[in-house]
Design a protein around this ligand. Structure first.
Ligand code: FAD
Length: 329
């Protein structure tokens, strides 16, 4: 079965987010050999290389809305840009990343187009014919449901970062690289405007998209106690995360909090240091590919979800791990 799929290729800080390529990879598979994949690039000062990168990985047509009103995320502006693409393409499905922007935008588009909406998809299962199953976690990852769409309406799907394989150059196949074209976008009146962005300069990778996350809990004991974790994360090319207890204690910024009321991460490797493994923390990391726990309490619940456990003092174990990573690198 062939389909027409539209992908919202989200940018942040002037760069395409990795989840845009993950959505593109899913779109290519859903479209089928004879289907068409379109992508929307919205922003102010959209780089031609971004369109080229999408085309090189399987987008047949990239629709570009380049306008000052799209510089920062404004729901009215982005809904208008995406709406222009929906009207031009009339897709069977729209895919977005399950990011802050995607979570805000997807239900708006679904409501505007009378579309079905499935959020936070971590896997897509195609069985026979038309029956496509969208798998999404429930109850903080304790259960999964397989949901599918009723026929006759467009689909709007958000995909959780770091779960679906990203589109590769091979996905472009023999399509000849696709094309790019300007979208007929008329900026609507904006109801709110961003006057400034206040951000702590952590300089670290986006937690949600990092392949490796080294996380610290109350066991880290102080802000300075996070330094060995930062060194390990740097050695592994990863990002630093934290439990809520560590954030509450002021050891680190709340932007690093992982869990039910923090960020959800699914890296290839999650290293939990001095974290007990409360259910609210597990909600944000238990889907990680490989989990290593370092805790001096052999009965800590975190060992129940860990693939590898090290019972010991994190201040001894973490520097040893860092030294070993640097040695073999
Ligand atoms: P603790 O539970 O105090 O564990 C510290 C661990 O460090 C212990 O296991 C100890 O053995 C170990 N340790 C101490 N010293 C060392 C050392 N030198 N070397 C090795 N190990 C050591 N929590 C989150 O993380 N994220 C959330 O999003 C979140 N949301 C919440 C929402 C609600 C509504 C509620 C009620 C709670 C939420 N919590 C959340 C809090 C959660 O219940 C726990 O309190 C919290 O996760 C505990 O953090 P922790 O594991 O760092 O601390």
């Amino acid at each position: 079965m062939s389909r027409t799929i539209l992908v919202f290729a989200e940018r942040r800080d002037g760069q395409l987010r990795r989840v845009a390529f993950e959505a593109l990879g899913a779109a290519r598979r859903l479209a089928g050999e004879d289907g068409a994949v379109h992508a929307v690039l919205a922003g102010s000062g959209v780089a031609a290389e971004d369109a080229a990168a999408l085309q090189a990985r399987g987008a047949d047509v990239v629709h570009i809305a380049d306008d000052p009103s799209l510089k920062d995320y404004a729901p009215e502006a982005y809904l208008a840009a995406l709406g222009a693409a929906m009207d031009a393409v009339r897709p069977d499905a729209l895919l977005l990343g399950h990011t802050g922007v995607g979570r805000d935008l997807a239900p708006r588009v679904a409501a505007a187009y009378g579309a079905g909406h499935i959020a936070d998809v971590t896997a897509i299962e195609a069985s026979s014919g038309d029956d496509i199953g969208f798998i999404r976690p429930l109850y903080a990852g304790k259960a999964f449901e397989r949901r599918s769409f009723a026929p006759g309406r467009p689909w709007v799907v958000t995909v959780r970062p770091n779960n679906l394989p990203p589109a590769e150059p091979a996905d472009a196949g023999a399509r000849g690289g696709g094309s790019a074209q300007a979208l007929a976008y008329a900026p609507p009146p904006l109801l709110t405007a961003v006057r400034g962005v206040l951000r702590r300069a952590s300089g670290q990778l986006d937690l949600a998209e990092a392949d490796v996350v080294v996380s610290g809990g109350r066991g880290v004991r102080s802000a300075a106690g996070f330094e060995p974790l930062r060194a390990l994360a740097d050695a592994l090319g990863g990002a630093v995360g934290a439990s809520r207890a560590a954030c509450d204690a002021g050891y680190c910024d709340y932007a690093l909090q992982i869990g039910q009321t923090g960020k959800v991460v699914t890296p290839q490797l999650y290293i939990a240091c001095g974290i007990s493994g409360a259910i609210q923390h597990l909600a944000g990391m238990s889907q990680s590919r490989t989990i290593i726990a370092i805790n001096k309490d052999p009965d800590a619940p975190i060992f129940g979800v860990a693939d590898y456990g090290i019972v010991g003092d994190l201040f001894e174990v973490v520097p040893l791990l860092t030294a070993e990573v640097l040695r073999v690198r």
